[in-house]
Design a protein. Structure first.
Length: 197
């Protein structure tokens, strides 16, 4: 698949099948991600590849974070509604057979601008999405409140200025999986031309 076709036809698929994805396929995605540009060549991306029980463990951390925030908001996590929310949160990580958490680890080197480190990681994620699409995989870039949660960051081993840029859900699509309709806002409405005729 050529790159323009991949860009134009890629769409998120949130719930692929649970069919396993071979490690070599995941390695291809990571290799694509790692080709992204980074200012000063700092290579700030870090990948955490989760499958099997590792997804359960991440789900537990997401639920722990939600439990804390419910309590902070004065809601009772032990109530029937609270328990239902926690169960749903814990189950989110099971929506695909593989999750790739992409985190940003900003370099301490002189002249490095922190936000550019995060931008570079976002470029790495998009490379990963396009590579996955070109291989016929279903994928979805997710974040949500959990990606900011200390419970999750600590579990992934992040510290300091590290940030979670994406939780990429990856799997093989269900046969006949349909995409919800989405019309893009035309770039022409969002573009200013200067110096052109
Ligand atoms: C930074 C970022 C964070 C996202 N987080 C979520 C998320 O938490 N949950 C979700 O359902 N989709 C999330 N998405 C996916 C977008 O909703 C999706 O890409 C968008 O609707 C366009 O659909 P498409 O990917 O099929 O073109 C995220 C996308 C980006 C770029």
């Amino acid at each position: 698949m050529d790159v323009l076709t991949a860009i134009k036809t890629r769409r998120s698929i949130g719930r692929p099948s649970q069919k396993p994805v071979a490690r070599e396929v995941i390695e291809t995605l990571l290799d694509a991600a790692a080709q992204a540009p980074s200012h000063h060549n700092t290579f700030p991306w870090r990948f955490h590849v989760l499958t099997g029980d590792a997804r359960v463990a991440l789900g537990e951390r997401l639920a722990a974070a939600l439990r804390r925030s419910l309590a902070e908001e004065g809601q009772d996590p032990e109530s029937k509604q609270g328990q239902a929310l926690l169960k749903a949160e814990a189950g989110k990580t099971m929506r695909a057979p593989v999750l790739i958490a992409v985190s940003s680890h900003p370099s301490d080197a002189r002249d490095v601008v922190e936000r550019e480190e995060h931008f570079a990681c976002a470029a790495a994620v998009q490379n990963m999405l396009l590579a996955a699409h070109s291989l016929g995989l279903a994928m979805m870039w997710r974040t949500g409140d959990g990606s900011e949660a200390p419970e999750v960051k600590e579990w992934l081993g992040l510290a300091g200025r590290d940030q979670i840029i994406a939780l990429v859900y990856v799997g093989w699509p269900e046969p006949g999986a349909s995409l919800y309709p989405l019309t893009r806002r035309p770039w022409s409405e969002l573009t200013e031309w200067r110096g052109f005729d």
